[in-house]
Design a protein around this ligand. Sequence first.
Ligand code: DX5
Ligand code: ZN
Length: 219
Amino acid sequence: MSKNKIAPSLLAADFGNLQRDVEMVNNSLADWHHIDIMDGVFVPNISYGMPVLKSIAQHATKTLDVHLMIVDPDRYIKTFAELGANILSVHYEACTHLHRTLQAIKTEGMMAGVALNPHTNINLLEDIINDIDIVCLMSVNPGFGGQSFIENTYNKVKNLKELIVRKNANTLIEIDGGVTSKNAKALIDAGADVLVAGSFVFKSEDPIATIKNLKDIIS
Ligand code: DX5
Ligand code: ZN
């Protein structure tokens, strides 16, 4: 069994049938639930917040991978831990004291993640990579599902993988945005460990089969 993971993004779920869609992920070969929290300030969109995450957590049986697209994430680290997040990713661009933020996330018992916007160079992680459990490389501009994959992501994955190896770090690489069955294999070959997929899974006719297909491709 391969260690590579698929994390369906619930942003693309049917919110009128959220429990059903969370249970679909439970019953699939997916590895994690990817949860996108947007504040309308860091990104030009508002998704959902704590009460919805609480409901998701009540039904979800897999790792909760929470991606914060919010300014000043330090204010809510404890809250997300209490809500059941297992992985908490903050944006590099939203953190003035990233080292402190990552320690605070770990103190709350969560894996600490850093998300990078498409324009943010991975070399900026040189002095912090050993403190990061997972880097989430945005392969679209954050804020919306259903956008096209940015091709330069392949270069970023390769450079990040080199940095991780050179620094002898254990950091996972996650790709978020525009992932489909067409780019999944190339992303894994470039060094990715986890693929987030929103629209490609939830807008498909048979999401369980689509997840299985993605797992087969990356295994
Ligand atoms: C974008 C979010 C993504 C999004 C991915 O801001 O971080 O997780 O849900 O959606 P797709 O797979 O449709 O690009
Ligand atoms: Zn995301």
